[in-house]
Design a protein around this ligand. Sequence first.
Ligand code: PRP
Length: 180
Amino acid sequence: MIKRAQKLDVLLSKEQLDQRCQQLGTQISEDYRGEELHVIAVLKGSFMFLADLVRQIDLDVSIDFLGLSSYGSRRETSGVVRMTSDLALPIEGRHVLVVEDIIDSGLTMNYLLENLKTRRPASIAICTLLNKGTNRHIDVPIEYVGFDIDDEFVIGYGLDDAEFSRHLPYIGVVRQESET
Ligand code: PRP
């Protein structure tokens, strides 16, 4: 039994997530028609979204991973982005699509974009499953957004609560203790 899941309200169901991945995959396939696409997934949070999204992309796709962390076990950004693992492959001359689970303050994505630009890709675009625009510190250009969400603490489908609950197949909102 998963005790932590009992304190959640479902914000986005598996069916909603599946449907949006299909729509995004179709849109990306049309936008990059005739090109090869190099997908970079930002670990850890994006792993489940990545797996569902790339299965909906009808292009020649290569995939690489990069680890970034700025929250640790806290619910507020530390403001310091840490690279926990670098890419394995060069991106020079490639059309890069960065896949994220959530963009909140924008600090992580801003850091990543500045870093990736120095590696001279042909193009960079961003796809995020969730866009929490209420707390944006730095503006970042986002080409593909799954869902715009309010300022709530969301977990599941890759997103964690102190490293737990990433495996849930839906996105949940943590209920306040007084509501339980
Ligand atoms: C989360 C998420 C993004 C970042 C977004 O990562 O995956 O990378 O925060 O927040 P921001 O826009 O305020 O910078 P986190 O540091 O929690 O690491 P994780 O993906 O390993 O959970």
